[in-house]
Design a protein around this ligand. Structure first.
Ligand code: FE2
Length: 192
């Protein structure tokens, strides 16, 4: 059984960037519930879990992906905050970090072990993709609706839909880490 403290340890650097202690606790609680309902028993199991079934991940696991996407989005936000003389839109760092850590939490329900060293889409995942199941999980724990927008709309479900700026930043960081792998697997990523 994965403990709350282990989740806090996995995302420690990022969690401390969430100033609102209630939101910080909710992020941990959503992850905790996702692990419980998805049947993930250990941090080791999470670290073996690929972050997607849609393409070969070249060893990038789910935790690494979640952290890299969140850090990438924070850096993009900081670049705008530090560079623009006048920021055309406010960026809420609490919402950005919470949304980043939670954007793929539904994958804990969408992906399961096939019992033979591989992974497959679960029944839950067939019924509702991770942006939907993650948003439902977060809503049950009272996560604010604008953070739920990040979870629900960070992927194709959000195309053309109203989004907070933090959703756009997480979406871009997510696809900046996903597309190169898809392209590499198709042989269209130019490499040395
Ligand atoms: Fe993602």
């Amino acid at each position: 059984m994965i403990k709350r403290e282990q989740i806090e340890e996995m995302f420690g650097d990022l969690l401390t960037q969430i100033q609102d202690t209630k939101l910080r606790q909710q992020v941990v609680d959503v992850w905790y519930m996702g692990c419980e309902e998805g049947g993930w028993q250990s941090v080791d199991a999470l670290q073996k879990m690929p972050f997607t079934l849609l393409t070969e991940t070249h060893g990038v696991n789910f935790i690494e992906h979640t952290i890299a996407v969140t850090k990438g989005a924070i850096s993009l936000a900081q670049a705008m905050i530090e560079t623009y003389r006048q920021l055309p839109h406010a960026i809420d760092i609490d919402r950005l970090v919470a949304g980043g850590i939670l954007h793929d939490v539904g994958k804990l329900l969408e992906i399961e072990s096939d019992g033979d060293g591989g992974y497959r889409k679960s029944l839950n995942g067939k019924c509702a993709r991770h942006p939907i199941s993650g948003a439902m999980l977060a809503a049950r724990l009272g996560v604010p609706e604008k953070v739920i927008n990040v979870i629900a709309c960070h992927a194709k479900e959000g195309d053309g839909r109203p989004q907070v700026i933090e959703t756009i930043l997480i979406h871009q960081a997510d696809f900046a880490t996903f597309n190169p792998l898809v392209m590499k697997n198709k042989g269209i990523l130019i490499e040395d």
